[in-house]
Design a protein around this ligand. Structure first.
Ligand SMILES: Nc1ncnc2c1ncn2[C@@H]1O[C@H](COP(=O)(O)OP(=O)(O)O)[C@@H](O)[C@H]1O
Ligand SMILES: [Mg+2]
Length: 255
């Protein structure tokens, strides 16, 4: 599982984010952008963050480190803002902490990644069906003159159907990806070569290790998903079946 720390102080909200993320100090003296379990989008967006961010990191794409942040009732006690207090009270338990990159700024094209790095990010987004990386919402930060990928909560959208529909990996595998609005499309070189290089690295063991990072209490059961282990296997199967069907989703088409 992700390293687990205690949240010791809520510092300030990050007003830019749609999900009301906030900055929290941790028991390890770190500073984290926390994505709260009690925010409107629910636990599945936290799972998508850990799975897609975890895949990215293991494949050499720069992503901030992630931890599980345990929040106790006490953290809400000194919070004056009522909206934040409600959010903190609804978020007692494990939340996602993303290492805060101090001084970073939102991607504006002034420090583009190399064409190879850009192509890796486009490939990751196509593979995981992440539509949330456009000029309107780049979800890329520039830190120390390099580009870091953040916010993978919109990926793996298929899981939002799970409470009522059984998992359907073949359907996800066949889902096309529209890269035409991707913020890095103009910078990226050949995404098909990236697939040839990265796909063999995404083994069943690597996928299991990524899913092993997800805290068990975030894995919601549903139709055909009796327990957290079944949920983990369903994610693994969706990823591996889609990986083997690049013709459906790879920008530029499969070779
Ligand atoms: N690790 C980080 N370091 C510094 N700033 C961050 C970090 N993560 C997010 N932010 C800032 O917070 C904003 C919202 O974060 P994001 O993960 O995109 O959340 P949301 O799901 O609400 O869109 C980002 O646009 C960025 O400005
Ligand atoms: Mg965002």
């Amino acid at each position: 599982m992700l390293e687990r720390i205690e949240g010791t102080r809520y510092v300030t909200p990050l007003r830019e984010g749609g999900s009301l993320p906030g900055i929290v100090e941790g028991s390890d003296l770190g500073t984290y952008v926390v994505k709260f379990r009690g925010a409107g989008q629910g636990l599945k967006v936290l799972v998508a963050e850990v799975v897609v961010g975890g895949l990215a990191g293991r494949l050499g794409i720069r992503v901030p480190a992630m931890v599980a942040v345990d929040l106790s009732r006490d953290i809400a006690r000194y919070e004056a803002d009522e909206e934040v207090q409600d959010l903190l009270t609804a978020s007692v338990g494990l939340n996602l902490g993303v290492d805060f990159l101090p001084g970073s700024f939102g991607y504006d094209g002034s420090w583009p990644p190399s064409p190879a790095e850009a192509a890796q990010i486009v490939w990751l987004d196509a593979f995981t069906a992440n539509v949330d990386r456009t000029w309107a919402n780049p979800n890329l930060l520039v830190w120390h003159r390099t580009v870091w990928a953040i916010d993978h909560g919109a990926a793996l959208y298929f899981h939002h159907g799970w409470p009522s529909r059984s998992p359907d990996p073949a359907r996800f595998a066949a889902q096309p990806f529209d890269a035409s609005k991707h913020v890095l499309l103009d910078v990226a070189d050949d995404v098909r070569s990236v697939h040839d290089r990265l796909a063999p690295l995404v083994t069943a063991d690597l996928v299991d290790s990524v899913l092993g990072d997800v805290p068990e209490e975030w894995l919601e059961t549903g139709v055909g998903l009796a327990d957290p282990a079944a949920v983990r296997s369903a994610y693994a199967e969706h990823l591996l079946v889609r990986l083997a069907s690049p013709a459906a989703w790879l920008p530029g088409g499969a070779r």
